[in-house]
Design a protein around this ligand. Structure first.
Ligand SMILES: Nc1ncnc2c1ncn2[C@@H]1O[C@H](COP(=O)(O)OP(=O)(O)OP(=O)(O)O)[C@@H](O)[C@H]1O
Ligand SMILES: [Mg+2]
Length: 681
């Protein structure tokens, strides 16, 4: 994740960089980019699947969605900044002060010019002029101070707001069911934390302040002009303003289009870079470097084109408006001159009016620029709120698992220290609790399950594990073995049937407790950035160093860890890229071991480990597993031979069940697998 910071420089043409410091707009790919580059393995909700094959739809730049319900999103977003009312009030006051005072300061020109013209007859008026000059300087200094202070305060408020938004988003992410992550590209989710949250922050920080200030400036400048000017002058100004607005709108629309395209293409570019870095070995192994470079160049070119066009239109606004303004200025001077000559206006008023006519187009320009940001921020906020509003994983469980002590009469009582014994604390109707010893009796009873409604994965599966038994699940690739493991842990909800722990339905057990009761070594190991020791301790955060080392010994990881440059303090980087696949698995087993769970699930946990080491681990685990229930999923049948029960699953159905000898006697599928008459997969 930290690597994104090193991604290419971003920040579109002078326009406010949407990506925030060092972050690309559209971060690691917004929805657009991710739909192509990191579409979820099981994206099946009709989202994100939009684009066809590679390169499809790259004809023209695609454009970010606009916020669908901008108003609601806007007001909801405001709630993140309005809690500190005092600070906001100060900002508002300062913005008003800054806008109005700068318009007011310009007005001082009028008495000054008028006094100047009387200087010859009344030299003593120089004092008045000096006074006015001083006043003007004072107002400008105060104005600068006000702008600086409101900027600082607002930056802080915006940062607080976006931080709150991010942490709400993160909290929600932790509470979402796994199925959500199956269906959504991870890059897209990430872009909510980076790109979307950043654009919201930028917008909170700048846009609203700037909008208020622009509106006030426009109103006060126009009122001053109306006060000072005569109708012919006002007509000239109105005409100039109308033309400026038209140009700004027309050019602005175009630049906005390309500006968004720039974000989208940049997202694609980042997605490509990310994919290529991760898949570098595969690219090289299949000698696709040239194709990779070509694809990169194509994306880079698309980005360049979009950025170039965005720049072109964005940059062309200023010269256009400046010229229109100059023409307007000249016409104003001419018309104003005539009016002054005919005594309809004093010279001071004319000079002041002309100054205002210079200022009046500014707010129009500013608003058009800010609208880009606001649209982008609202669209970002909408995506963030969408996720915040998702239903969290259901957890209506009331039963918890607690440390317990066994009394002489065999009953269990709760205790606050670790005893190595556990009890299910089951709430009764009368505010009391029943203590049920945790034994590790797991019963999977006739379950049906499907990840997506139309495709049934498990059909009427029954698996029964008595405490301390080792149950093996074998079967071909895609048979549904990992799925059963996922269900024991309640990562997904079953469609029908039941799963019970010591007679208690898993749906009644609080998920935290259920998952503490079951340690899983997943098929695809994941290690975190940190030391080897920290990675092992992840299994149980209060484990001491000695306990972690003991676990490593049981998992047979100790000998390789000792040989690492810093032993247990060696840093694991990049999901364990500096370790071998088997070493990663050993650490994952150590992690599960240190948790000392009543139930252990090993999903292909030793698939990358040599048979000798595997046997050593098995010995270690046998010690650990006394009195615990273990589910082992393995392709290597030698690993499962000593299991109490071997369950053969094919296409989500149980075909055979029994111990090694029974199954051999049966002369069915297991027999054929074992004797090599059929090969798994
Ligand atoms: N998250 C998911 N969403 C939708 N379908 C899934 C998901 N995970 C697995 N499947 C499908 O469920 C079926 C069973 O998958 P499972 O991972 O349980 O197989 P397995 O027996 O563990 O295979 P392997 O030996 O390759 O690990 C497969 O057809 C797979 O395509
Ligand atoms: Mg599997």
């Amino acid at each position: 994740m930290a690597d994104e910071k090193k991604m290419p420089p971003m920040g579109p043409n002078g326009a406010p960089p949407q990506g925030g410091p060092g972050m690309p707009p559209n971060g690691m790919g917004g929805p657009e980019a991710q739909s192509k580059y990191s579409r979820g393995k099981y994206a099946n909700t009709g989202r994100g699947g939009g684009r066809g094959g590679r390169g499809g739809g790259r004809g023209g730049p695609r454009v970010n969605e606009k916020p669908k319900d901008g108003k609601t999103t806007f007001f909801r977003l405001m709630r993140y900044v309005t809690h500190d009312k005092l600070k906001l009030a100060i900002v508002f006051f300062l913005v008003v002060f800054a806008s109005v005072s700068s318009v007011g300061a310009t007005y001082v020109t009028r008495p000054m010019v008028n006094t100047l013209s009387t200087l010859r007859e009344h030299p003593e008026n120089i004092r008045k002029i000096l006074l006015l000059l001083g006043l003007m300087a004072g107002v400008h200094i105060a104005n600068t101070a006000a702008t600086y202070i409101q900027g600082r305060i607002m930056a802080r408020i915006a940062l607080n707001g976006s931080n709150k938004l991010r942490s709400e988003l993160f909290d929600k992410m932790q509470s979402l069911p796994i199925s959500y992550f199956d269906a959504h590209p991870h890059g897209e989710l990430m872009s909510r934390f980076t790109n979307d949250a950043d654009s919201v922050q930028m917008c909170l920080e700048q846009s609203f302040r700037s909008l208020i200030s622009s509106a006030l400036t426009l109103i006060s400048v126009v009122s001053m002009m109306v006060m000072l000017g005569r109708w012919p002058l006002l007509l000239v100004t109105a005409g100039t303003l109308a033309v400026t607005t038209l140009v700004v709108r027309q050019r602005g629309k175009k630049s906005q289009f390309y500006f968004r395209a720039e974000h989208a293409t940049l997202g694609e570019l980042n997605g490509n870079i990310q994919e290529m870095i991760e898949g570098l070995k595969v690219v090289k192994a299949f000698t696709h470097e040239e194709a990779a470079v070509a694809e990169f160049n194509e994306l880079n070119e698309a980005y360049f084109q979009a950025a170039h066009m965005g720049n072109y239109y964005g940059m062309s606004i200023m010269p256009f408006t400046a010229n229109i303004n100059n023409i307007g200025y000249a016409v104003t001077a001419m018309v104003g001159g005539i009016l002054t000559v005919f005594g309809r206006m004093d010279v001071g008023a004319l000079v002041t009016y002309m100054n205002y006519s210079r200022q009046v187009a500014m707010p129009v320009n500013q608003v058009s620029q800010q609208m880009n940001m606001i649209y982008s921020a609202l669209a970002g906020a909408e995506r963030i709120f969408q996720m915040i509003d998702l239903e969290p994983e259901v957890d209506e469980g009331k039963v918890t698992m607690v440390n317990a002590e066994e009394l002489e009469d065999g009953t269990y009582v709760e205790t606050d220290h670790r005893t190595g014994k556990w009890a299910w604390k089951v709430p009764m109707s009368d505010d009391r609790f029943a203590m049920v010893p945790v034994k590790g009796l797991v019963k999977v009873d006739h379950i049906d399950f499907s990840y997506v409604p139309e495709k049934k994965i498990l059909k009427g599966v029954d698996v029964y594990a008595k405490p301390g038994q080792k149950i093996a699940l074998v079967g071909s690739t895609g048979a549904g073995k990992t799925t059963i493991a996922n269900l024991i842990n309640r990562f997904y909800e079953i469609d029908s049937g039941s799963i019970t722990y010591d007679g208690i339905d898993v749906r009644d057990i609080k998920k935290d407790s259920l998952r503490s009761a079951t340690a899983v070594v997943l098929q695809d190991t994941h290690l975190f950035e940190g030391t080897v020791m920290e990675n092992i301790r992840y299994g149980r955060l209060d484990a001491t160093d000695e306990e972690c080392i003991e676990a490593a010994k049981l998992a047979n990881a100790h000998s390789f860890v000792r040989r690492l440059p810093d032993g247990y303090n060696t840093m694991v980087t990049n999901d364990g890229a500096n370790l071998s696949q088997g070493e990663r698995q050993l650490l994952a087993i150590a992690r599960a071991t240190v948790a000392e769970p009543p139930v252990l699930v090993l999903d292909e946990a030793t698939s990358s480990i040599d048979t000798r080491t595997e046997r050593l681990i098995e010995k270690g685990l046998d010690t650990l597993m006394e009195g615990r229930t273990v589910f082992v999923i393995a392709h290597r049948l030698s690993t499962v031979r000593n299991s109490n029960c071997i369950v053969v699953i094919e296409h989500g159905e149980i075909q055979e069940k029994g111990d090694h000898n029974e199954l051999l006697d049966l002369k069915g599928r297991y027999y054929m697998l074992y004797t090599g008459q059929i090969i798994l997969d």
